[in-house]
Design a protein around this ligand. Structure first.
Ligand SMILES: CC(C)(COP(=O)(O)OP(=O)(O)OC[C@H]1O[C@@H](n2cnc3c(N)ncnc32)[C@H](O)[C@@H]1OP(=O)(O)O)[C@@H](O)C(=O)NCCC(=O)NCCS
Length: 240
């Protein structure tokens, strides 16, 4: 994957910060994006984090990292994790990553957590993110168990992925599970403002409609929408 969209500019990238690679301007656009990345890198933190992760963990200036000494960002060899880029951020807030003791954020390939994303991985919990996936402005992941987000996923603005209730909950005297793992397949597009609740599995190439609240599994290549989300179409194809 290219560094496409690290600058998150809708003018050339669409609202999700993913510019088209097509056209003669692709090379110039790529060079420009590289310049923008370099101009916004927090050099010391990038070097420190990259040494600790034994891979490229490229941190934008202003990014807030609260990472316990016993937590780990794991990068498979050759991976690159971009944290906090996105010049066209709507909110202007920084990216915030908090990993509690024993937490793991595991990245395979190139992953972008754009500006204003918020990631919280609780103690001993694990969040895996696959190659080519990006989370856009104000996307939030709260991981208290195990959450896996597959490859090439487009996770839109203001989305939420939450794998636990956080609080103790009893209904009619019966305890409800505190944590239920989430699995998002490859090539999944999660529309603006959608929420994935604990325990859901979203199949490969599925699309989640804007504003949906996903409370049950979504099959591969289905479109699910609404609150609670229901499958409204099958056999979907989508592209950036
Ligand atoms: C889910 C989505 C992809 C469906 O697209 P579509 O098939 O062209 O949708 P249609 O307008 O034909 O709607 C089909 C039906 O689904 C319903 N529907 C569509 N999107 C919905 C949504 N987000 N929530 C609830 N219902 C929805 C429509 O009301 C319609 O219902 P009806 O048949 O009873 O009238 C699209 O509506 C959507 O939500 N896109 C997400 C856009 C987005 O977030 N982009 C991110 C930019 S970064």
């Amino acid at each position: 994957m290219s560094e496409a969209g690290v600058d998150g500019r809708p003018s050339e990238a669409g609202a999700d910060g993913r510019p088209s690679e097509a056209g003669a301007g692709g090379g110039i656009g790529r060079a420009r994006r590289m310049i923008l990345i370099v101009a916004h890198v927090a050099v010391i933190r990038t070097l420190y984090r990259s040494l600790r992760c034994r891979g490229w963990c490229i941190v934008a200036r202003g990014t807030k990292l609260k990472i316990s000494r016993t937590a780990r960002i794991e990068l498979t060899p050759g991976s690159r994790l971009y944290l906090g880029f996105g010049l066209a951020s709507f909110t202007g807030s920084p990216c915030y990553i908090r990993l509690d003791p024993g937490a793991r954020l595991s990245v395979e390939g190139t992953v972008q957590l754009l500006r204003a994303t918020r990631i919280y991985v609780a103690g001993d919990a694990r969040l895996d993110i696959g190659d080519g996936t990006y989370l856009n402005d104000s996307a939030t992941v709260v991981c208290t168990g195990q959450t896996r987000i597959g490859r090439r996923c487009a996770i839109s603005l203001n989305t939420a992925i939450l794998d636990g209730n956080i609080h103790e909950l009893k209904i009619n005297g019966r305890s409800r599970p505190r944590v239920q793992d989430i699995a998002v397949g490859d090539d999944v597009w999660i529309g603006l403002g959608a929420t994935l609740l604990p325990g859901v599995k979203v199949g490969d190439r599925a699309v989640i409609g804007a504003g949906s609240v996903v409370t049950s599994d979504v099959p591969s290549q289905a479109v699910a929408a609404g609150n609670p989300a229901r499958v409204i179409a099958h056999d979907v194809e989508w592209a950036l």
